[in-house]
Design a protein around this ligand. Structure first.
Ligand code: PLP
Length: 407
């Protein structure tokens, strides 16, 4: 009789978004007085840049001719040279030297953040920020690194609280288990904060001192507006011997439905006598056959000067929504964080209200869908997350509606 991976049975069943969906459907069935505005999900809404469309059309045409047709990608790291070198150049422009064979192209940062655990032993201690992007927790739980779920926490994970008191950036652990794998996401989903160089340096030094590895998710780096905030952890001295970086074209260039991302593992990063880059290369070679040629051409187009210009417009559009939400909710008396270097706004609930109660209030009275902070971890209680990925006009109306509910 086959044995299943029983770790899956311990998962609390994708509680957050299904539960939001259930509440929204129930409310919609009651015929709400106004159309719903969704500021809950983290998906983009602006179309692909013209330069990207043109590159895809050209690539499709090439695939239709015998002379230019491409099959499996046989080049280094599952990526065509043209894209690996373009990514390498884009790092260089940010002041970071990366070798092209340290860059692995994939179909998503979610895929890579979720699969990177394959190269690490199951007895590693994993630390996650709290609140956190749920993928890091769930994938470690599936692998059996998280212990059991007690209704609020996983028994074997180290939770690093990110609260208003510590500026939503985790303090180093004091006592207790030393984490081997440390997930850091900056700019952060859900709190909308972005780590400074000094903050990152404390964790880089910690990881180098303890032989830990930082799994650094910078899927939202394109949203950084404040000068001096690092776009890459490799801008921080010492990071190449302790960090892996995940990046994505999803939010930078509207690729959530196109699918392209990349992971950087410096050759200097060694643990247990092995280069982690080589282990990942081996893993990808056995489990992955690369991203479609058409998509890699699209991603290359994003990194051209014209592509950068055009995709920045969409990022600016979302950041303007973020500003509208942040200023509007502050004017309504809420304490609001994030939204300046990230497309997420983290709003404290009024009067100590629970995050699901505030979610319900905004849903029922303003017909606006948000995400309750408690769904991202225990320290998310007392907050809701709003996203800036909506339509500008709808975002403005949502803010006006919330303001009138809070009056
Ligand atoms: N990392 C973070 C922090 C995210 O919020 C998301 C998507 O919402 C992803 C990664 C997923 O990126 P991708 O679309 O490249 O899989």
């Amino acid at each position: 009789m086959v044995k299943i991976n029983e770790n899956f049975l311990k998962l609390p069943g994708g509680y957050l978004f299904p539960e939001i969906g259930r509440r929204v459907r129930a409310f919609s069935a009651e015929q709400p007085p106004m159309p719903l505005i969704r500021l809950g999900i983290g998906d983009v809404t602006q179309p692909l840049a013209p330069v990207v469309i043109a590159a895809m059309e050209r690539a499709v045409e090439e695939m239709g001719r015998k002379e230019t047709f491409r099959g499996y990608c046989e080049e280094t790291c599952c990526a065509y040279d043209f894209l690996r070198f373009a990514i390498q150049r884009s790092y260089k422009e940010q002041g970071v030297d990366i070798a092209d064979d340290e860059i692995f192209v994939s179909d998503g940062a979610k895929t890579d953040c979720g699969s990177i655990g394959d190269i690490f032993g199951l007895d590693n201690v994993v630390a996650v920020c709290d609140p956190v992007y749920p993928v890091y927790v769930d994938t470690n739980a599936m692998a059996g690194r998280a212990g059991s779920y007690d209704g609020e926490r996983w028994t074997d994970l180290v939770y690093l609280p990110c609260t208003a008191e510590n500026g939503f950036f985790p303090d180093l652990p004091e006592g207790g288990k030393v984490p081997d794998l440390i997930y850091i996401c900056s700019p952060n989903n859900p709190t909308g904060g972005a780590a400074t160089r000094e903050q990152l340096k404390t964790w880089v030094d910690y990881a180098n001192a303890h032989g830990s590895v930082i799994l650094y998710d910078s899927a939202y780096e394109a949203f950084i507006t404040q000068p001096g905030i690092p776009h890459s952890i490799f801008e921080v001295e010492g990071a190449k011997t302790c960090a892996i970086e995940f990046r994505s074209f999803s939010k930078t260039a509207g690729f959530t439905g196109v699918r392209c991302a990349y992971t950087v593992i410096p050759k200097e990063l060694e643990r247990g006598g092995a280069r982690l880059r080589d282990l990942w290369n081996r893993r990808q070679g056995s489990k992955f056959n690369g991203v479609p040629y058409v998509v890699q051409r699209a991603a290359e187009a994003v990194l051209t000067p014209e592509g950068q210009e055009q995709t920045k417009e969409a990022v600016a559009y979302y950041l303007n929504n973020a500003k509208v939400i942040k200023e509007g909710l502050s004017a309504a008396g809420l304490t609001v964080y994030g939204g300046e270097n990230a497309p997420y706004i983290w709003a404290q609930t009024p009067g100590g209200m629970g995050s699901w109660d505030f979610f319900d209030l905004l849903l029922k009275k303003a017909c606006v869908v948000t995400t309750p902070g408690a769904g991202f971890g225990p320290s998310g209680e007392g907050y809701v997350r709003l996203t800036a990925f909506g339509d500008a006009e709808e975002t403005r109306s949502a803010v006006e509606r919330i303001q009138s509910v809070l009056k």
